[in-house]
Every structure is written in C-alpha cells, then in structure tokens.
Design a binder for this molecule. Structure first.
Ligand code: SAM
Length: 335
C-alpha cells in the first residue's frame, strides 16, 4: 500500500466512438469498480460521489476512489484491505444480473477465436439470454460491424439490454451502434437478413438443429455457424443435422477445460479446482450454394449408425447397415 498518487496525466480515456466498454485514466463518478477483499470476495458497484460502501470490515468512501488511477489498495474503516480495479469484461459477465445461463468467458473466448469474429463482421446470435456473449461479439465486431441478437423471452431480452448497455456505458436511450436486439424466434427472423448476407451465426439455444435450414440460407459462402450446447444428446443431434444437410463442411465438435495452477516456491502443481464441463461447441463452414464437401473416405465406426441409432442419417450410410455392425470397418474411436 502506498499514499494515493497523483492521477497519471497521459492516460486520456479510450475514444467513446470505439465502444470498447473500457475506460482509462482516473476513476470517474458513474463508472463501475470491482473491489476484491483479502479473502478474494468480489464486490462490484457504481461510483457515486458522497456514497459509502459497507462491508463486514466497516466502510469505504466512494470519494476516496473517484479521481484515482485504478489499481490501488484501499483500507476500510475497520482495517480491511481492498484491491480496486475497473471490472474486465470476463469479470463483468460472471457477476452481472442473469436471466438465462450465460456463456462463460472461456467459451466466449473460443467462440470469438474459432468462429473467427472480426471487426466489421455481420453476426447473428440466438438467444441473447443475459447478454454475456453479446458483449464479446460486440467487442469483436466493433462499431462498424453488426450483431443481431434474437431472444424469445421478453424478460431475458430486458436483462440482456440492461447488461449490454451497462458494460458499454451507453448513454441514456442509446445502445452500442452495432447492436440490434430483436424479440422473436431466430428461425423466423433469419429470413429478414436476405439470402447469404450473414457472416457468422452463433446458436446458444436448446434446439439448434431446428435452425440449420434457415442458417444455411442466411450464411455467406465460407460463413461459419457455431453452436453451443450443454449435453451429448444435443451435440449428437446438431452435428448429425449439419452433416446430413450437405451444405456445410464436416462439423467440428470440441470442448475446453481450464485448470489453474498453484505456483509457490517448490510447490508447483495443478490447482484443486478447474472449470470443467460447461458446454460443447460445434463449428462448420457454409459451402457455396449447390456445392457439397468431399465424401468422407473413412467409414463410420462399427455400430455408429446401427439399429439403436435413431438420429439424422448421412445419405451415404444405408439404414441399419448390417455390414458395418460389429464388423471391422473404420477405426476404433471414430464414432
Ligand atoms: C442459455 S440462454 C443464452 C445465453 C446467452 N448466450 C448469454 O451468454 O447470456 C438461451 C436463450 O435462448 C433463447 N432461445 C431459445 N430458442 C430460441 C429461438 N429459437 N430464438 C431466439 N431465442 C431463443 C432462450 O429464451 C434463452 O434466453
């Protein structure tokens, strides 16, 4: 801890027209801060001149934070030490109010990278839910792209609107210029985007397989669809539906698990807790209209499409093909 330093003078704020959701320079009234206490507990609140933050360690005055450069330790009236920073996007989304379950930061990062969301992209997503993924998508497309978010439920759309506007510090009555939040069903809304006019479509909903035809119609050739599903049955159904459609490349399913490490002197080991299963991700690219991907030369694993399989069936797999049930065709683990 040190004495409050003079705010740095060379840190002008990030230009408002960048719509980054980030500020630099001294903390200002109306901004959100995130305090972390000595036990790692987090507290997020808006800075209001004259207001006090109360905790089990006494209180802190907002006025002692306003005007300082973030990144300092403040001592409360009862001697508690608090680290003070502006919340990062990944911290904001796990602490913001929720309607529906959110896409976790580890998955949002993967979606932005592997669905290749770029500045200027035209992105459609459903559902908006609590607006967590929307914040990452808007950050990635920037003010010159577009993110159209469909949401079936009005109460969730309201939560998403509040969260997104808070994160991007949208002035009263405004929102991020790239954002269009629409109440309704993605399947019906996609047609309004015109044929092959959307660059990326992200599906975080219960039944993404029911959207595959509409997605194929809306995506540009080379465009990417990315589905985020929680269970293996959903994963199977969305992969097989994309495969059977024929207008997409072979779907790529994966998940990510994140493990912290404990590093302290000679005690260097994996942490006891990890962010394990959250959801599976699937991406596939849209072929040009009328084009099909090459036929797979590798045959399905034995029994993959046997009598117990009831899902969509690729056209080159005959119904209940006895010749591939239990016979050594394909490689183990291919299913
Ligand atoms: C898990 S939540 C989405 C969470 C969101 N991606 C986030 O990060 O905050 C799923 C949402 O999809 C919405 N939904 C389901 N089917 C939909 C559809 N066909 N069109 C639009 N929204 C849909 C649900 O109402 C729900 O709010």
């Amino acid at each position: 801890m040190s004495e409050p330093s003079e705010p740095s003078t060379d840190s002008a704020d990030v230009p408002a027209e960048a719509w980054s959701g980030v500020h630099r320079g001294p903390l200002r009234e109306g901004e959100w801060v995130r305090l972390v206490d000595q036990k790692g507990r987090k507290h997020n609140f808006e800075l209001v001149a004259g207001k006090r933050f109360f905790s089990n360690k006494g209180h802190l005055d907002h006025d002692d934070m306003i005007g300082r450069d973030e990144g300092f330790t403040l001592v409360s009236s009862a001697g508690g030490q608090y680290l003070v920073f502006r919340p990062l996007l990944n911290e904001f989304v796990v602490s913001m109010p929720r309607g529906a379950a959110v896409v976790y930061p580890k998955d949002a990062a993967q979606i932005v990278a592997l669905a290749d969301i770029y500045p200027g992209a035209r992105v459609v997503e459903a559902g908006a839910g609590s607006g967590a993924l929307t914040c990452s998508l808007l950050r990635a497309v920037g003010p010159w792209g577009s993110v159209t978010s469909y949401e079936l439920r009005e109460e969730f759309a309201d939560v998403a609107r509040r969260n997104v506007n808070q994160f991007f510090s949208a002035p009263e009555g405004q929102t991020h210029p790239a954002w269009d939040l629409r109440l309704g069903d993605l399947k019906e809304g996609l047609a309004s985007h015109g044929a092959h006019q959307v660059d990326r479509i992200i599906l975080d909903m219960l039944d993404p397989w029911n959207c595959v035809d509409a997605v194929a119609e809306a995506l540009v050739p080379g465009g990417i669809v990315c589905a985020y599903v929680a269970t293996t049955t959903q994963l199977s159904r969305v992969v097989e539906t994309l495969r059977v459609h024929g207008g997409f490349t072979e779907p790529q399913p994966w998940e990510s698990l994140v493990r912290d490490w404990h590093v302290e002197g000679l005690a260097v080991r994996p942490g006891h807790k990890m962010i394990g299963h959250t959801a599976f991700l699937v991406t596939a690219r849209r072929m040009a209209p009328g084009e099909r991907p090459p036929r797979k030369t590798r045959r399905p694993a034995p029994g993959a499409y046997g009598p117990d399989y009831t899902g969509p069936r690729p056209s080159d797999v005959p119904p209940h093909d006895a010749s591939i049930a239990g016979v050594d065709l394909g490689e183990p683990g291919d299913a």
